[in-house]
Design a binder for this molecule. Structure first.
Ligand code: NAD
Ligand code: MG
Length: 362
């Protein structure tokens, strides 16, 4: 097992990464001050619950904890006020009180939703993240929780740090292949923004990582979480530095939104977005030799590096002007300086972005 500590202004919490960890949850909860007198509410989804719900709840019940269970339909559409309200209802029926603790078992959808439940339920109760997707190495660290609104993704939310994160990598075995590949895009992102030697290591081990060899996956997740935690610790509320975590996301989000969140996964969008950002940096002369190594690393994880098919350029530009980093209609991008280092650049000329979008198609 590997461990990490995340320090934020208010608290410090552990991230535990390893195999077959759920049997030790009672011990770790007690060490965080949560004894069997505290009601626990396990929140999961319809894919993950049948696979791992009992693995989590069983040992806790055996240790004397009272565990309520609630499941939401698998998928992004469950990150909604409707599901939040239903979970509140289930919590009240179960007897979840101010002493209660929420356990979020699943991918980023469950983590964000159950985390927001914990942030808002009776003005806030603790929660534990039990991530089960590769992408969730990203979403479970940093304390951002929330739900979507029909008019926008993640527009209702809060900052609420978990009590701890327990990442059992054994659960990744059942993750669909496309989710595995997509999750690696964020691992690669963490390497590209902060750690060139981690990027080298990923390139050398990509095939074994794609096969989900446990000790390697643990190491990859540990490094990804470490980099995210370092950035978040320095900028918990996204005043500045945290923006670098958005590397690849300006183009990526625009592609996701333009494809109606159906054509491309988040990771695929971010992969193409990182290639685009590297092209932009080379075109603006702020970096050299970043496009090819970026492509090579992404392709090693079977991620896309080109835009296939037709994309509406004007629509993409409009979406990028609305990106949260943009201000007053001026484009802002996180651009590489070299492999392992990026910075936020404002005032990118539109013509340069148009050229990159065309280059991404070839
Ligand atoms: P997800 O939670 O929808 O999981 C993807 C799919 O895999 C779902 O169908 C799920 O049921 C299934 N699944 C999960 N674990 C499984 C397992 N071990 N075996 C089999 N199937 C499994 O999606 P995700 O990619 O994990 O997360 C995406 C969400 O994360 C988005 O809503 C995004 O906004 C959010 N996110 C949040 C942050 C943050 O900082 N809070 C950061 C990045 C992403
Ligand atoms: Mg992302």
């Amino acid at each position: 097992m590997r461990t990490l500590k995340v320090s934020t202004g208010e608290q410090t919490y552990p991230i535990l990464i390893g195999r077959d960890l759920y049997a030790r949850l009672p011990e770790w909860l007690r060490s965080r001050g949560i004894g069997p007198d505290r009601p626990l509410m396990l929140v999961t989804d319809t894919h993950v619950g049948p696979l791992y719900g009992e693995k989590v709840a069983g040992p806790l019940r055996a240790a004397g904890y009272r565990v309520g269970e609630a499941s939401v339909p698998a998928g992004e559409s469950s990150k909604s006020l409707e599901q939040l309200s239903r979970l509140v209802e289930e919590g009240l029926r179960f007897g979840l009180d101010r002493q209660g603790v929420v356990l979020a078992l699943g991918g980023g959808v469950v983590g964000d939703l159950a985390g927001f439940l914990a942030a808002s339920y009776m003005r806030g109760i603790p929660f534990v993240q039990l991530p089960t997707t590769l992408l969730a190495h990203d979403s479970s660290v940093g304390g951002k929780v929330g739900v979507n609104h029909p008019l926008g993704k993640n527009v209702i939310g809060a900052f609420h740090q978990p009590l701890m994160v327990v990442f059992d990598v054994s659960t990744l075995r059942t993750l669909p292949r496309r989710e595995v590949v997509s999750g690696y895009a964020e691992v690669v992102k963490h390497a590209l923004i902060a750690d060139a030697s981690f990027a080298d290591w990923l390139l050398r081990n990509s095939e074994r990582l794609l096969r989900l060899e446990p000790s390697l996956v643990e190491e990859a997740i540990w490094n990804g979480c470490r980099i995210k935690a370092e950035v978040v610790s320095q900028d918990e509320r996204e005043a500045g530095l945290r923006a670098i975590l958005n590397y690849g996301h300006t183009i990526g989000h625009a592609l996701e939104a333009a494809s109606g969140y159906a054509g491309l996964t988040h990771g695929e969008g971010v992969a193409i977005g990182m290639v685009g950002a590297a092209m932009l940096a080379e075109a603006l002369g702020t970096a050299r030799d970043v496009v090819e190594p970026t492509k090579r690393l992404l392709q090693a994880f079977h991620l896309p590096v080109h835009l296939a098919g037709e994309w509406p350029e004007e629509k993409l530009l409009e979406l990028m002007r609305r990106d949260k980093k943009a201000r007053g209609g001026v484009y802002a991008f996180v651009l590489p300086e070299r492999i392992g280092s990026v910075r936020l650049v404002r005032g990118i000329p539109e013509e340069a972005i148009r050229r990159v979008l065309r280059r991404l198609k070839s």
